[in-house]
Write a protein that binds this ligand. Structure first.
Ligand code: GLU
Length: 258
């Protein structure tokens, strides 16, 4: 299977912005193992700005663009250094791919991006993608969050499965932070207005996504016939079950899939 995994900032960094070593080590181990089992793996990783905040000892996530971009420049290095080191332990080679909204809008650049991705996969490398936060500056050029970016990637390279790892178990029938009886929805076959209305909350201090961006990603994926799963990143071992089609988190079934 060709599998795109998106991991959010709150899953790979502590609230301080420093790396969550235990989590990232487990994640890289499982992804390496799935790759060894013959799957094509692609990682979309957030965390550049968050880790830059930690590394530069900033008091919190910056609000002004130059500081955000400076933090991303520092954090992206830390991210790739970490992934390169951890995946190397399992003899996997990573490749960094940074794109912007402008690239996605341009047919020509999109074609180059897709060709590069497919080539990296043919060469057995593990592409690690993020938005190019140091140059994406305004709402036209910026995708702004990696839920949507990961769906664009999954659709573009015709992935079989998109997995969004987050700090929540999946989509609930009411807000689980408010209602302790909230029930996890295991499968979504259609994005009805009722389902869309469930996406109320926002992300954490260091991250940008929330349930609404995840449902936006689900729409892109489902329309292109790609299955998407939202699952908790707490224990990356769940990736094995997700890939085997077992009940984990919320599965959004791509159009045309049984
Ligand atoms: N590209 C941003 C970063 O690496 C993250 C966007 C997101 O949180 O989805 O910090």
């Amino acid at each position: 299977m060709r599998i795109v995994i998106k991991i959010g900032t709150s899953s790979i960094a502590h609230a301080t912005g420093r790396l969550n070593i235990r989590r990232v080590e487990k994640l890289c181990k499982v992804i390496s193992d799935l790759k060894n089992a013959g799957h094509e793996m692609i990682l979309v990783s957030s965390g550049a700005i968050g880790m830059g905040v930690g590394k530069l000892s900033l008091p919190g996530r910056p609000t002004d663009m130059p500081t955000k971009q400076a933090a991303a420049a520092v954090g992206q290095c830390e991210l790739m250094y970490t992934y390169d080191r951890l995946f190397s332990q399992y003899s996997h080679t990573v490749g960094q791919v940074l794109i912007t909204g402008e690239d996605v809008l341009s047919k020509e650049r999109c074609a180059h991006f897709e060709n590069t991705m497919l080539r990296l996969l043919e060469l057995g490398a593990l592409p690690i993608i993020n938005e190019n936060d140091t140059v994406a500056t305004d709402e036209i050029l910026m995708i702004g969050e990696n839920d949507t970016l990961s769906a664009i990637v999954a659709v573009g390279i015709r992935a079989d499965l998109l997995i969004l790892l987050s700090d929540i178990d999946g989509l609930f029938d009411s807000d689980p932070h408010v209602n302790k009886d909230a029930k996890l929805i295991k499968e979504v076959r259609e994005l009805t207005p009722e389902i869309i209305a469930l996406a109320g909350g926002k992300g954490s201090e260091l991250s940008t996504g929330g349930m609404s961006t995840k449902l936006k990603a689900a729409r892109l994926a489902m329309d292109a016939g790609v299955d998407m799963v939202i699952a908790n990143s707490e224990n990356p071992v769940v990736l094995y079950d997700i890939v085997e089609g077992k009940d984990v988190g919320t599965r959004f079934v791509g159009k045309g899939h049984k």
